[in-house]
Design a binder for this molecule. Sequence first.
Ligand code: AMP
Ligand code: MG
Length: 328
Amino acid sequence: MFARPQWLILLLVLIAGLVWWRVPADTQQLSRTALIMGTLVEIRAFGDDQQQLNQAISDAFAEMTRLEDLLSSHRPDSDVARLSSAEKTVKVSAETAKLLQLGQQVALRSGGAFDMTLGAVKQLWAIETDHPQIPTAEQLQTALHGIGPRALQIDGTQVTKSVPALQVDLGGIAKGYAVDRALAVLRRAGIRSAAVNAGGDIGLLGDRQGQPWRIGIQHPRNKGQLLTTLRLADRAVVTSGDYERFFERDGVRYHHIFDPHSGQPARRSQSVTVVAADAASADALATAAFVLGPRAGLKLLEDWPAVEGLLVAADGTVYQTSGLQRSD
Ligand code: AMP
Ligand code: MG
């Protein structure tokens, strides 16, 4: 009935060995959230030491908050607010100038679908407030005056506006840039595995414990359902969708991504996901491709070096770039 003691001891040693083998050498994990840029930001990081992880995540959040102060149109002293209230020319920080340059590149390559000068249009719709409204055609016409990919002339750190009333808004690119900077802070702190998720703008540092990160892409119409899962390391994944911020009136959905030609919510897509080396580019490209829709949007992503993407058109058809690796 009973095993002899020496067998029992051997068995116990074996079990102990197996348990020891299965617990990875003391890797720690820490996940924290903070509200930054009007979005719930989650940072998850792996490392050897909880205290080091905690400090690194605090520093990464502080970096994102610094960028909110620099780039938000709601902060009166931000570069963006100063630019919007200026008559003509303003000197901005080198960092802001560089981000504006990237945005302008996407604006030009997308034929103006991406537009950082839609601030007045955004204010009219007030979609992100408690009192959204449908503007009149006249109001929109005034708000669209002077906008476009060449409305900002960037000369070093001097930025000149086409017309004094022009309102700048970096809502389509700033969050992605902040994700990139947060990852840079984590990397500098010696962390080799982390994920930053700013409301759908995701940046990945390294892989997840030797395995790729699994990033679920939300179905734009069926809440809680995934469209697909991407396995990625050292990449940024950003999604723009009409389900993120919107209001409905008379059965029509009015959302926060505008077609610069009409000032109306863009109608060609339900969502666009872009995979790129950096989140700032992915962010701007996702917004641009969303406005362009399946044909021109897919072409923009195919032509942009080292970028892949997935686009759900207005009718629900799913399109993707040729190099996108799905694992569903
Ligand atoms: P995203 O969620 O990255 O697609 O960005 C949407 C935000 O970008 C909006 O809330 C606006 O602040 C801004 N935005 C809206 N339409 C455009 C556009 N066509 N080009 C650039 N930014 C836009
Ligand atoms: Mg964007």
